[in-house]
Design a protein around this ligand. Structure first.
Ligand SMILES: Cc1cc2nc3c(=O)[nH]c(=O)nc-3n(C[C@H](O)[C@H](O)[C@H](O)COP(=O)(O)OP(=O)(O)OC[C@H]3O[C@@H](n4cnc5c(N)ncnc54)[C@H](O)[C@@H]3O)c2cc1C
Length: 415
């Protein structure tokens, strides 16, 4: 069964509510053009490709097919759009970036994370370009930017989740090389990546390893000796694009160290404020799909001789969903504008991530309720969205960690 099918007839029911899904556009003309082109690509060529290969959210494409998508997206000018302008990027504002990404996810396409290589492409390397040596640029960054190679970002470990500074994977200097041992957990895109940006301890004092603070970042080749990816698990959303990376005496030349030793966490988390915000449009885009499906079902489904949308209980759920979603979206756009204006925005991005992830999940939960039994059949679109949107409350900083950040900014350090 198609994972993102709905029990809907081909023609959506008549409704006056379209402006809830297509309000006035707040971005630049450029962003509007990109959105028109990229959604046509997703709804046309990529939808056809997904149908032809049986791809949906739970049956992902293999590496060869993904690479076709990346390359085609690059030909059309989308793949590298988040790169710095001197590398061919579009120089989008944060607001434009958010709006483009929201539109991409609102298509409901299983290829949404791949059109600009969010999991394994240019967004993973764009910010590193200014720290990279010419050799690193040539060997790692350009092949990723050109859709020849894929890269993942490896920070989390079994004992270093929310406490990212507690990484135990260590890189020990040995002549012109570093020798790396350790295990990374939950790394998105690792099952099909060629490279990783690895965050590891380079502390020379073994006692410091208990809670190492000297942390560095490296480019590593996942096909080299002493590295393997183990990917035998699926997330609750059914995807298996996440894996562990195991390093056993993996030797890398010191030339693969990114920036200065000891600057790894700063490099890894350097863009955390903007990156946190940039997860919000995915949640809002997907929650918009859930609201639309719930609205359409409420208009179509008849019980007790009338459309269920005539019952006040259903109307109130839809009204709350639309209101919550509009409020979360407004916070996301407001935060984007603030970041564009150059404010620090750490607390604001955390507020946006907290609010969007919690809201999007509530919207999906109510959508399941409105669809009744159809909503809990595995493979229905709202059922998938419910599971997918549950994950965002944990990913890229849990809701509790966002609250810690907001409270710290509000109260100062209370220790
Ligand atoms: C599908 C998926 C993809 C991922 N992709 C990547 C990736 O590409 N790269 C990468 O490096 N990582 C990745 N991760 C890891 C992800 O970022 C972590 O799972 C996340 O940061 C939470 O860490 P944890 O799972 O260890 O939970 P823990 O840190 O163990 O948290 C468990 C619970 O304790 C709470 N908690 C912890 N500390 C505090 C505190 N100080 N105050 C209050 N509550 C607290 C948390 O909020 C949570 O409720 C991915 C994870 C998943 C599931």
């Amino acid at each position: 069964m198609d994972a993102i099918t709905t029990p809907s007839p081909a023609t959506p029911p008549a409704s006056g509510g379209e402006r809830f899904f297509a309000g006035p556009f707040e971005g630049s003309e450029r962003a509007a053009q990109v959105i028109a082109q990229v959604t046509a690509f997703l709804d046309g060529e990529l939808a056809e490709l997904a149908r032809a290969h049986g791809i949906d959210h739970e049956h992902g494409a293999d590496r060869a097919l993904l690479q076709r998508v990346w390359k085609r997206s690059r030909e059309l000018g989308f793949y590298g759009m988040t790169l710095p302008e001197k590398m061919g990027g579009l120089g989008l504002t944060v607001l434009d970036h958010v709006l483009v990404k929201e539109a991409i996810y609102a298509t409901g396409s299983p290829f949404a994370p791949h059109v600009f290589g969010e999991l394994s492409g240019p967004p993973r390397v764009g910010a590193l370009a200014r720290f990279a040596t010419p050799l690193q640029m040539q060997r790692f960054i350009l092949p990723v930017a050109q859709a020849e190679k894929a890269i993942c970002f490896a920070l989390t470990e079994a004992e270093a989740g929310s406490d990212a500074g507690n990484v135990q994977t260590h890189a020990v200097r040995d002549g012109d090389d570093y020798v790396i041992d350790g295990r990374k957990r939950f790394i998105s895109g690792s099952p099909f990546a060629d490279f990783a940006v690895l965050v590891a301890s380079t502390a020379t004092d073994p006692a410091q390893r208990e809670h190492p603070r000297e942390i560095s970042a490296f480019f590593v080749d996942l096909h080299a000796p002493g590295v393997r990816v183990e990917s035998g698990y699926k997330t609750m959303a059914g995807q298996s694009s996440t894996g562990d990376i195991v390093f056993e005496h993996h030797r890398v030349p010191a030339t693969q160290l990114i920036g200065e030793p000891g600057r790894g966490l700063a490099l890894a988390l350097g863009r955390i404020t903007v990156n946190r915000l940039l997860h919000c449009p995915a949640m809002i885009g997907l929650a918009t799909v859930a609201l639309r499906d719930a609205r359409d079902h409420a208009l179509r489904r008849r019980q007790f001789g009338r459309a269920i949308g005539q019952f006040q209980a259903i109307q109130h759920m839809l009204a709350e969903m639309a209101t919550d979603l509009a409020a979360a979206r407004a916070l996301m756009l407001h935060t984007a504008r603030q970041l564009d204006a150059g404010i620090d925005g750490r607390a604001e991005s955390s507020m946006a991530k907290l609010c969007c992830s919690e809201t999007a999940f509530r919207v999906a939960d109510r959508a399941v309720q409105i669809l009744g039994g159809e909503g809990i059949v595995q493979g229905r679109r709202v059922e998938f969205l419910f599971r997918m949107l549950r994950m965002y409350r944990v990913l890229t900083g849990t809701s509790e960690i966002q609250k810690n950040t907001i409270a710290r900014e509000l109260l100062g350090d209370t220790r």
